[in-house]
Design a protein around this ligand. Structure first.
Ligand SMILES: *Cc1c(COP(=O)(O)O)cnc(C)c1O
Length: 355
C-alpha cells in the first residue's frame, strides 16, 4: 500500500503531476526546450515576485547551496545558523575553502535581526546566508525584515535557503532585497526530486562574474550564457521533471492561485498547531512557527517509531525528529498539494493510535 507522505520532502506527488512527465523525449537543444523553459521561468518569476534571473538546476537543492557559496562570497561571509540545514550550508562554504564566521542559534530558536546587524555593521562581511524555513526544527525566520535591514548595506549579498518554504509561503524576492534564493522541487512544489530552482539578482550575477574557483556546473554565468542564447540549460537537464514543473506551476499560478496556495498552507499549519497545543508542545519558539512543517516536542514520551509503523498500516507516514532530535520530536509536514481534509484525517488517525 502506498503511504501518503506527510514528511518534509519528498512530499506527496499527485497522479496528474506524475503523468505530466510521461511524453516522448525531445532534445535539450531543440525548440521544444526553449519553449518549455521560457514558460517555466515566466511563472517562477510570478511566484517569487521577481524580475531576477532564474536558474533551473538538474541537482537537488544542496547543489544550489554550493552554487551560492562558490558564486557569491568574495572575501568573507556570515552564516546565520539555527538548525541542521544551515549547519550544512556553512560546512559547504568551508568545504569550498571560503572564509566564514557563524552566528549560531540554539535549535528551535529563530533569528534576531539586531544580532545580524551587529555583525554586518563591522564591515567584515560581503555575503549573509540565512535559512528561511528550518525544516529540522519547524522554525520560519523573518527574511523580509532581514532583507529590509540589509538595504543599508548595499555591498552585502543576501542569500536565502528557501528549500522547504518556496511555493508554500510568500517570498517577495525583489521587495525583500534577496540576492539569491534557492529551493528544491520535492518539498512545497510537490514534484518528484531532482530539480532545484533559484533567483539571482544583478548584484549576485556581478559578484559571480568576478568570482574565482567557482567551477563550471554551478557557475551562474554558465546558466546565463545558455539562457541568453536560446532559453536552454547549460547541460542536459531532466526535461521530464521541468515539464512536470511547468504543469504544476500552471496549477499553482493560474488555477489555485499563488495567494490561495499560501492561504491553504496557513490553514493546514493552523490545524496541526491547534492539535499540537492540545496534545503535545512545540519544539520551536512559538513566535516563529512554520507554515509548512511543524516539529512536535514529544512531551508524552510516545514511541514515534511505533506510531509511524501503525500509521503505515493505515496509509500514511510522518517524520521522526532530525538527527539528535529523533524520538524527542516528530515532524508533520503540511506542504505541497496536501489538503486540509487530508491533514484532519492524519490527525484523527494519530489520535486514534496514541489514544
Ligand atoms: C530539504 C532541505 C535541504 C536539502 O535539499 P536537497 O534537495 O535534499 O538537497 C536544504 N535546506 C532545507 C531547509 C531543506 O528543507
Amino acid at each position: 500500500m502506498h503511504k501518503k507522505l506527510f514528511i518534509p520532502g519528498p512530499t506527496e506527488v499527485r497522479e496528474d503531476v506524475r503523468k505530466a512527465m510521461d511524453f516522448p523525449m525531445f532534445g535539450h537543444r531543440m525548440p521544444e526546450t526553449s519553449e518549455l523553459m521560457g514558460s517555466v521561468v515566466e511563472k517562477l518569476q510570478k511566484l517569487l515576485y521577481t524580475e531576477n534571473f532564474i536558474i533551473i538546476s538538474t541537482s537537488s537543492g544542496t547543489g544550489l547551496m554550493e552554487a551560492a557559496s562558490r558564486n557569491c562570497i568574495k572575501n568573507k561571509a556570515l552564516h546565520v545558523n539555527c538548525g541542521s540545514f544551515s549547519d550544512r550550508w556553512s560546512s559547504i562554504s568551508k568545504a569550498c575553502n571560503k572564509d566564514i564566521d557563524i552566528l549560531e542559534y540554539e535549535w528551535g530558536k529563530g533569528i534576531h535581526i539586531s544580532d545580524i546587524e551587529e555583525k554586518v555593521s563591522t564591515g567584515k562581511y560581503d555575503t549573509v546566508f540565512v535559512t528561511h524555513n528550518q525544516t529540522s526544527t519547524g522554525v520560519m525566520n523573518p527574511i523580509e525584515e532581514i532583507g529590509e535591514m540589509l538595504k543599508d548595506y548595499p555591498d552585502i549579498l543576501f542569500c536565502v535557503d528557501a528549500v522547504s518554504s518556496m511555493a508554500g509561503a510568500e517570498i517577495k524576492v525583489d521587495d525583500w532585497n534577496i540576492d539569491f534564493v534557492l529551493a528544491s522541487v520535492q518539498k512545497a512544489f510537490a514534484l518528484p526530486p531532482g530539480l532545484a530552482i533559484a533567483a539571482a539578482s544583478n548584484k549576485a550575477m556581478e559578484r559571480s562574474a568576478e568570482a574565482k574557483d567557482k567551477g563550471y556546473y554551478f557557475d551562474f554565468h554558465a546558466f546565463k550564457k545558455y539562457w541568453d542564447k536560446a532559453k536552454q540549460p547549460p547541460t542536459t537537464a531532466c526535461l521530464n521533471l521541468i515539464a512536470a514543473l511547468n504543469y504544476q506551476l500552471d496549477k499553482v499560478v493560474n488555477k489555485e492561485g499563488i495567494e490561495n496556495r499560501f492561504k491553504r498552507h496557513k490553514e493546514m499549519a493552523g490545524l496541526v498547531q491547534d492539535w499540537t497545543r492540545k496534545n503535545f508542545d512545540f519544539f520551536a519558539d512559538e513566535n516563529y512557527l512554520s507554515p509548512t512543517v511543524t516539529c512536535v516536542k514529544n512531551t508524552r514520551g510516545i514511541s514515534v517509531a511505533d506510531l509511524n509503523k501503525e500509521l503505515g498500516k493505515r496509509g500514511a507516514v510522518i517524520s521522526n525528529g532530525y538527527g539528535n532530535l529523533k524520538e524527542k520530536t516528530f515532524r508533520i509536514a503540511h506542504m505541497g498539494d496536501i489538503t486540509p481534509d487530508e491533514i484532519k484525517w492524519l490527525l484523527g488517525e494519530i489520535d486514534d493510535i496514541i489514544g
